[in-house]
Design a protein around this ligand. Structure first.
Ligand SMILES: *[C@@H]1O[C@H](CO)[C@@H](O)[C@H](O)[C@H]1NC(C)=O
Length: 197
């Protein structure tokens, strides 16, 4: 696993350097999902349970505006048909908000598609892919959403605890590989409300 991760880091680093030489900054389109590295053998069972959202990257996030964003959790529960119920828990004012999305497996390994998509106004497609995980410490997931004909990508760094795992650096490299800059990479603030239940 550690070797696999190192390999991923090196490939991404190589890609970054190639891009740097290319001198075409900010013109990087969202890569097709198949270009994104995937976990060789994804074990759905082991991936279940609670994950803390430790890092978020995407055009929708802003380092300044979202500087107070609280850490939240996503809990994955596997259904018999291999889809996941993913329940988010987030502290909002004095309340706890919970909502569940269903992700169904795609044709390709470790790719998932948002279920009941007709319920989400304006969303034309929404795919999730596990980039890397060791199941008991960290995971990096890549999301691609088409909303009002606009493609939007997001990367989540998950941890089993609130501590940032050593793969934080790989999460950042990966986000930059996708064309995102530091302004669009945020690290939600640890808190105890709602997420420790
Ligand atoms: C997932 O959610 C559905 C619909 O709310 C529910 O019927 C099902 O029992 C849930 N599955 C698990 C494993 O919790």
């Amino acid at each position: 696993m550690a070797l696999g991760l190192l390999w991923l880091g090196l490939v991404l680093l190589g890609a970054l350097q190639t891009e740097a030489q290319d001198s075409t900054p900010n013109l990087i389109p969202a890569p097709p999902l198949l270009w994104v590295p995937v976990e060789p053998v994804f074990q759905e069972q082991l991936f279940q349970g609670k994950w803390y959202v430790l890092g978020l990257a995407g055009k929708e996030f802003d380092k300044e505006k979202d500087s107070q964003l609280k850490m939240y959790t996503d809990t994955f529960e596997l259904n018999e048909d291999n889809s996941y119920n993913v329940t988010s828990a987030l502290a909002w004012d004095q309340r706890c908000d919970h909502w569940t999305k269903i992700f169904t497996p795609n044709l390709h390994l470790d790719q998932y598609t948002l279920g009941n998509i007709e319920r989400y106004t304006g969303i034309q497609s929404y795919t999730a892919q596990v980039v890397t995980t060791d199941y008991n410490q960290f995971a990096i997931l890549y999301f691609k959403k088409v909303y009002d004909n606009q493609e939007n990508i997001k990367v989540i760094l998950y941890g089993r605890t609130k501590e940032l795992p050593p793969v934080k650096a790989i999460f950042i490299i990966f986000a930059k590989f996708l064309g995102l800059t530091d302004e669009h990479i945020i690290f939600p603030i640890p808190n105890d409300q709602c997420i420790d239940e």
